[in-house]
Write a protein that binds this ligand. Structure first.
Ligand SMILES: C[S@@+](CC[C@H](N)C(=O)[O-])C[C@H]1O[C@@H](n2cnc3c(N)ncnc32)[C@H](O)[C@@H]1O
Ligand SMILES: [Zn+2]
Ligand SMILES: [Zn+2]
Ligand SMILES: [Zn+2]
Length: 316
């Protein structure tokens, strides 16, 4: 992992985080704003809408990019960027010419095609996989319901349809695992104005678990992810990032985390909000009980109180 002081003893380690699987932990103190580590993309794909604005290889935004002479749809800074991207762009270059307007694989399918190609050309561990290799990614295969499996099968069909040339496909079972891994560990890249630029795989960054009170944020310099402290981090602290927009309310956040990542968050923010909700409900029930007790017999009031409190504890 390329940390800010990579020549010294390691600053971060992989560990088993109780209830969260593997995680990343600090071995020394980090100040707010400090770079913990950076991770080049294992592979990435520029979103179709940004073609012509950004280089397909390094994501640099420039005027006057040079166009791929074959497909005329991919743009590059220079010949170096074009050459570097060719082993992956060739998966799409001729297919885009053949399919024309009908070439429309999803970004997940495009990214997965690049992973399969890269695994063939770079079978060993890459510099993006110092602590977590792509083959170790969590897939949550056992938790995929029929709807999710169907979506993955659609992606597999699209992969076969649009990328039949140049790719040696793994078998269907391995592809289901791979799409499960991409869904759970893939990143979207945004520019400074938060508009979507593309999707990527950053294995070491994917080692970090989620918290709604994160101590780091991930930003991007071209196709390199940078992880910086947004809170003081002490040696021994787990490193947490946020997987989702923190502006969503607690319940919404957890619905999204359960749907995409198969867990419910137990961070301070989520637990405190739950406690506040429990407190408000219990307090309201207490007032309701006193109100009812004024008008009805004790027996009925006790029954109502019991009924409401037990139902509220079920729903919390
Ligand atoms: C990108 S991976 C993070 C690394 C993962 N722990 C591993 O062992 O590969 C995302 C997965 O980590 C787990 N995870 C992340 N944050 C969590 C949290 N706050 N509580 C429980 N599980 C969490 C979930 O299984 C989630 O699908
Ligand atoms: Zn470039
Ligand atoms: Zn091309
Ligand atoms: Zn939370």
């Amino acid at each position: 992992m390329s940390s800010a002081r990579s020549s010294e003893s390691p600053a971060l380690e992989r560990f088993q985080s109780p209830g969260k699987g593997r995680g990343l932990r600090a071995l020394r103190r980090f100040a707010v704003g400090e770079l913990l580590f950076s991770c080049p993309a294992y592979t990435c794909v520029l979103t179709v809408n940004e073609r012509g604005n950004h280089c397909e290889c390094c994501f640099a935004r420039k005027e006057g990019l040079s166009r791929c002479g074959r497909c005329k749809q991919a743009f590059y800074c220079n010949v170096e960027c074009q050459k570097q991207d060719w082993p992956l762009h060739k998966l799409e270059c001729s297919a885009m010419c053949v399919f024309g307007q009908n070439w429309n694989p999803s970004e997940t399918v495009r990214l997965t095609a690049r992973i399969i190609a890269k695994q063939k050309t770079h079978p060993g561990r890459t510099e993006s996989e110092k602590l977590l290799s792509i083959t170790e990614f969590e897939s949550h295969l056992d938790k995929l319901d029929n709807e999710k499996r169907e979506l993955i099968q659609n992606d597999i069909s699209a992969l076969h349809h649009f990328y039949s040339k140049h790719i040696e496909y793994p078998d269907n079972a391995a592809l289901v695992v791979l799409f499960g891994q991409v869904n759970c560990n893939g990143f979207t890249i945004e520019d400074e104005e938060l508009s979507h630029l593309g999707s990527a795989i950053f294995p070491d960054v994917a080692l970090m678990n989620h918290s709604c009170c994160p101590n780091v944020i991930v930003t991007y310099k071209g196709t390199v992810a940078e992880v910086r402290a947004v809170q003081e981090i002490e040696a021994g602290d787990e490193i947490f990032t946020s997987y989702i927009d923190l502006l969503y309310p607690t319940e919404d956040r957890n619905d999204r985390l359960r749907d995409s990542y198969f867990f419910t968050c137990d961070c301070r923010e989520c637990i405190t909000k739950k406690k506040v909700i429990v407190f408000i409900r219990v307090h309201m029930l207490y007032l309701l009980f006193r109100f009812i007790a004024r008008f009805y017999s004790k027996g009925i009031a006790f029954f109502l109180f019991g009924f409401f409190t037990s139902s509220s504890f079920i729903t919390i």
